[in-house]
Design a protein around this ligand. Structure first.
Ligand code: NCD
Length: 303
């Protein structure tokens, strides 16, 4: 039985197969409409979510399966003090696969170690968010036609942003991907990622001003400042509007640069950018459903 905790749990070859399957699902959805008939997905969300939970639920419903779960720790037995290990043993009696989001780093991993069903990490604290990364990679592969030979800028909260951590890990395995990290001093990427890139001799630089690097980028991954992970409100307020991508900045970018964002957006992308054909963050959401369908089929060994 396989779980998904980290994008690196799949080899590059396995990811290729997964993305081929997602692309086939996009083209021929009817072929997959009953593949999960009789199967249940449990969504166990101990932390807020709109997209990820509904994307998982839509994915399972599109496959003909059904969904159970909770979207708020307060309405689960966690509020009575139940451990995730116990909860997953119970959920294993009800469902065939589980997507879990938790504010504590590593909680889905603890659950996976006691689980009778595949567990998917749907975001654990400021650590990892592998299915957002699968979404990002499928979006890039579908719209750029490749996952190598580009320069990607990651901008915003690189310290607490789990989508950034997972994406950097995943992209470090592809040829000639260069990274430009754009953040205020306080929100720089964690040291372990910097060391990983050094070890693999991958080219990267860290800058503060987005304007200075806009024309170098093939992809720009914008992120929200993660209010809920700050220790004090004052720091959050000081940093929250540090970056605002607007039309003037987009004018500095390549004509075929893509703007991605895991969403939710707060102020970091002005709504005037939404109509720019290079802004693909809403398209990303649709790719997220295809890739989660492919993932569910793969982990349930129905692919
Ligand atoms: C992200 C998350 O939860 O980490 N959202 C998502 O799942 N698409 C990004 C964020 O909350 O900023």
């Amino acid at each position: 039985m396989r779980h998904l905790m980290n994008p690196m749990d799949f080899s590059v070859e396995e990811l290729d197969k997964l993305f081929d399957l997602a692309a086939d699902i996009e083209k021929n959805p009817e072929k997959y409409a009953h593949k999960c008939a009789g199967k249940k997905l449990a969504t166990c969300f101990y932390e807020p979510s709109t997209r990820t939970r509904l994307s998982f639920e839509t994915a399972m419903l599109n496959l003909g399966g059904s969904v159970i779960g909770f979207s708020d720790a307060g309405s689960s037995s966690a509020s009575k003090g139940e451990s995730v290990s116990d909860t997953i043993r119970v959920i294993s009696c009800f469902a065939d696969i589980c997507a879990m989001r938790h504010p504590k780093e590593g909680a889905p991993m603890v659950a996976a170690s006691r689980s009778g069903i595949p567990v998917i990490n749907a975001g654990d604290g400021g650590h990892q968010h592998p299915t957002q990364t699968l979404t990002d990679l499928l979006t890039i592969r579908s719209l750029k036609g490749r996952l190598n030979n580009f320069t990607i800028g990651l901008c915003g909260d690189l310290k607490f942003g789990r989508t950034v951590h997972s994406l950097v890990d995943a992209l470090s395995r592809y040829e000639n991907v260069k990274f430009v990290f754009i953040s205020p001093e306080e929100l720089r990427i964690p040291g372990y990622l910097r060391e990983m890139l050094w070890d693999k001799a991958i080219t990267f630089k860290e800058v503060i001003r987005l304007e200075d690097v806009m024309d170098e980028l093939d992809l720009l991954y914008m992120t929200r400042v993660q209010r809920e992970r700050f220790f004090n409100e004052e720091d959050y307020v000081r940093l929250k509007d540090f970056y605002i991508l607007n039309k003037a900045k987009m004018d500095l970018a390549k004509e075929d640069m893509l703007v991605l964002h895991p969403l939710p957006r707060v102020n970091e992308i002005s709504v005037e950018v939404d109509d720019d054909p290079r802004a693909v963050y809403f398209k990303q959401v649709q790719y997220g459903v295809y890739v989660r369908m492919a993932l569910i089929l793969t982990l349930l060994e129905l692919a």
